[in-house]
Design a protein around this ligand. Sequence first.
Ligand code: NAD
Length: 243
Amino acid sequence: SLPLDSKRVLVTAAGQGIGRASALAFARAGAEVLATDINPDTLKTLDGEAGIKTRVLDVLKDDAVAATVAETGPFDVLFNCAGFVHAGSVLEMSDKDLDFAFDLNVRAMIRTIRAVLPGMIERGGGAIINMASVASSIKGVPNRCAYGVTKAAVIGLTKSVAADYVGKGIRCNAICPGTVESPSLQERMKAQGDYETARAAFIARQPMGRLGTPEEIAELALHLATATYTTGQAYAIDGGWTI
Ligand code: NAD
């Protein structure tokens, strides 16, 4: 038997990057996966994958999150992967950027947790995995104020949910990656003008001398879905960035 046999898993931001790799890893581990994303085009790349169903979901919308879970739940595992990286220091970030970062990086996780948790409690257990970053309460990273603030809040949310529901069989952990090869990282490198220099700088901050892969992060997500004695933890997976 497989580790996630007969388990039902909801993944947000599953169209590309870490979310997509994780949806595939969960499905290979035997789960029935609902892979969601705001982008229908990238979701189509999962069509026909065994164990995966797809559905467009904008996690900024309360009603859509509630309706999706009402129609497709209950779930044993929730992987909150959606998130956005703003550039800028505290003096450079706009209130609009900060509001958006809180809405997508933090409140969206609260939305999905509120929608999924009652079903988990009713079933007697569940695992929630929240995507944070080492750029958070773990490490100050230049030019990432809105991002670092909101990813630190993800760790706080993770510990709060873990503390409140540990007696109900619910586990809640956070993943804190370093720099991971993904479509949005490609965009960030291109946006800096000189792609090769930007790429070299991202690689240079990883002591292992390379970027992480979405598949490596997916392995940790899979582990946390099944790690039955682990809750309330923030797991760095960062190529040695925070040694
Ligand atoms: P990505 O940034 O390339 O893709 C993000 C996905 O989120 C896209 O598929 C996009 O359509 C989806 N999305 C955006 N807004 C959405 C919304 N409102 N509702 C639903 N989906 C939405 O992927 P990535 O780089 O693998 O990042 C995934 C997560 O990992 C993010 O939370 C990110 O902050 C975190 N992370 C990434 C890195 C990295 O270096 N790539 C490092 C640390 C943490």
